[in-house]
Design a protein around this ligand. Structure first.
Ligand SMILES: Cc1cc2nc3c(=O)[nH]c(=O)nc-3n(C[C@H](O)[C@H](O)[C@H](O)COP(=O)(O)OP(=O)(O)OC[C@H]3O[C@@H](n4cnc5c(N)ncnc54)[C@H](O)[C@@H]3O)c2cc1C
Length: 300
């Protein structure tokens, strides 16, 4: 029997584990290789205060710290969580019981299905403008997507000095204010178009785009393609518990990282928080641990 079981061994889960263990709670955190932590895919982290290096390096340091603080680490994919009396039973290859749970399962950026997308990942293909944008200052980049995320990425990249082109499979679907800002800043847009493939020797050098209206293919020289076609949060696990999610599948939490189900907290990219970064995942994780601690002490 654990006091707190944390599903997730990314920055959110590991921060929760450090805090819970330091509160003196019997703590376990679960991780799996499917999906792995998104942090392990980040080739270089330069925006987490006090650290510069690879994502794997940062993740390993956090994990070491969580285990040193006293948290137990189990590699097991949790496929179901049910209530047993007051407690929660987490079912993976084995069963585990805990008095409170923190869901920190992250999410996975959706792939766009561009030929060459996997081959050039980290070499001109990026799923994170905030993370990789500064590598492409003064360079030509394409943002591929039609929603709010794509437009925000385009504005950010434009602001830091990239020459931005938006390619969208459909009409733009975002708030008027964002669309107006794109127009004011003179960011070019190609609508109803698919990026069919990216080409280059070692890195992305050009994108081949199919214009659906004209039924013709064009080639555009570029240094990077930022794919912004959405994130799929890994939250199916909580459906049976009755945890509320928003229309996109993110777990709804309040400022204390509480869900609508007592004893269930959530942190990091699986939540409906506005910014999905390592530093915010860690912040969520600390708050979730504090709330779990108060819940177990019957303080809230
Ligand atoms: C390519 C790339 C580059 C990035 N670069 C940066 C950057 O430069 N700076 C920055 O701040 N952010 C960056 N990010 C974003 C950052 O990695 C995420 O915001 C952060 O990792 C979110 O942390 P998390 O703990 O919420 O989720 P994740 O890191 O995704 O961790 C989720 C954890 O949950 C586990 N899990 C999921 N489901 C289960 C299950 N059913 N059972 C057991 N375990 C489960 C996974 O194994 C994993 O351990 C980048 C992301 C990507 C993909």
């Amino acid at each position: 029997m654990f006091d707190v079981a944390i599903v997730g061994g990314g920055p959110a889960g590991l921060t929760s584990a450090i805090y819970c263990a330091r509160y003196g709670l019997k703590t376990v955190f679960f991780e799996t290789f499917d999906p792995v932590s998104q942090l392990s895919m980040a080739s270089r982290i330069e925006n987490y205060p006090g650290f510069e290096g690879s994502g794997i390096e940062l993740l390993e340091k956090m994990k070491e710290q969580a285990i040193k603080a006293g948290a137990e680490n189990i590699v097991d994919k949790i496929v179901k969580i049910v209530k047993r009396g007051e407690n929660f039973v987490l079912i993976g290859e084995k069963e585990y019981e805990a008095k409170a749970i923190i869901i920190a399962t992250g999410g996975k950026h959706k792939e766009a299905g561009i030929e060459g997308e996997t081959r050039f990942l980290g070499r001109g293909i990026s799923y994170c403008a905030t993370c990789d944008g500064s590598l492409y200052r003064n360079k030509k980049v394409i943002v591929y997507g039609s929603g709010r995320e794509a437009l925000s990425d385009a504005l950010y990249l434009n602001d830091i000095g990239c020459k931005v082109l938006i390619v969208s499979r459909s009409p733009i679907r975002a708030e008027n204010a964002l669309i107006e800002e794109i127009r004011k800043k003179g960011i070019e847009t190609i609508l109803n178009a698919n990026i069919r493939r990216v080409e280059g020797k070692e890195r992305v050098e050009r994108a081949v785009i199919f214009l659906r209206d004209k039924k013709e293919e064009i080639t555009i020289e570029c240094d990077a393609v930022f794919v912004a076609v959405g994130i799929r949060p890994a939250t199916d696990l909580v459906v049976e518990l009755g945890v509320e999610r928003d229309q996109f599948g993110y777990i709804k939490v309040d400022r204390e990282q509480k869900t609508n189900v007592p004893g269930v907290f959530a942190a990091g990219d699986c939540c409906n928080n506005p910014l999905k970064q390592v530093v915010t995942a860690c912040g969520d994780g600390a708050v979730a641990a504090y709330s779990a601690y108060k819940f177990l002490r019957r303080e809230s």
